[in-house]
Design a protein around this ligand. Structure first.
Ligand code: UDP
Length: 251
């Protein structure tokens, strides 16, 4: 199966160093303390955060810091073949790596004995869902007001038809030669998450990481924009309440 044509374009028309269209919205759920929705190509992901709240079961409480718990879940109709509900090896692994990445950026020592719970639901999947999930989760945490070192943008890079490419789709993930999801802390440049499936030369690896860093910077801007838009709406609401307190109370 040919994944890159003679003009250097991929099946969906993108260049090798191009991201899929990404849309991020913060604060999309009323009941959660923080939330975010991410559309990333054909991926649709929602993240919800509760906490810091009392940690149950109590024996998991840590007197020195908050416990960061994450559940990544693909819903039954998110993939071509119905996904059997409930956790499987893959979702347990992804939940673990996302929790560990988030634990590193959250100031967990501010909230001893508590739990910060992150739920990631994949509504529609087309490769790169762990990256979209982590990207959404960090915006949801910021929306919940959880103090963090920084937001966490994530993206997958890889190798397809002997070329290094950015942001693999499902076809490229399935028929490509390597898939390398990564996440960074933009402020410090530290790598928070890196996994690799497949093979690359050192030169290709360096090129891939470089592509990933540049893309993470773009995703970081989208994350910040989403949070700014969220706060802009809040300001308008407060202003309206100030102008028409009676109407606001009746509502
Ligand atoms: N996938 C699927 N069924 C599954 C798990 C995964 O169809 O049970 C698809 C889904 O589109 C997913 C892609 O395979 O996004 C790549 O999965 P991978 O494990 O590489 O994780 P991801 O790229 O989503 O982080």
């Amino acid at each position: 199966m040919r994944l890159i044509d003679e003009n250097g374009l991929r099946i969906d028309g993108r260049k090798v160093d191009e991201l899929r269209p990404i849309r991020i919205e913060a604060g999309v759920l009323k009941r959660a303390d923080g939330s975010a929705y991410v559309e990333w190509g054909k991926n649709k992901v929602i993240a919800a955060v509760y906490g810091p709240r009392e940690c149950h079961p109590r024996h998991l409480q840590d007197p020195s810091k908050a416990l960061v718990q994450c559940r990544y879940n693909m819903i039954a109709f998110s993939v071509m073949e119905r996904k059997r509900p409930g956790p499987d090896r893959r979702s347990v692994e992804i939940s673990k790596i996302i929790a560990e990445a988030l634990e590193y950026v959250i100031f967990t020592e501010y909230f001893p004995r508590t739990s910060i719970d992150v739920y990631i639901e994949i509504l529609q999947a087309n490769a790169g869902t762990r990256c979209a999930g982590l990207t959404a989760a960090s915006v949801a945490l910021a929306d919940a007001g959880v103090p963090m070192k920084d937001l966490v943008p994530a993206v997958a890079v890889g190798k397809v038809d002997n070329q290094v490419v950015l942001d693999l789709t499902k076809e490229e993930d399935n028929h490509g030669q390597a898939d390398l999801p990564m996440a960074i802390i933009p402020r410090t440049g530290e790598v928070l998450l890196m996994q690799m499936d497949g093979h690359m030369t050192v030169e290709e690896f360096n090129k891939a990481i470089d592509l990933g860093y540049k893309a993470c910077e773009k995703i970081y801007q989208l994350q910040k924009d989403a949070l700014r838009r969220r706060y802009a709406v809040e300001e308008i609401e407060t202003f309206e309440e100030a102008q028409h307190p009676q109407t606001a109370m009746e509502e």
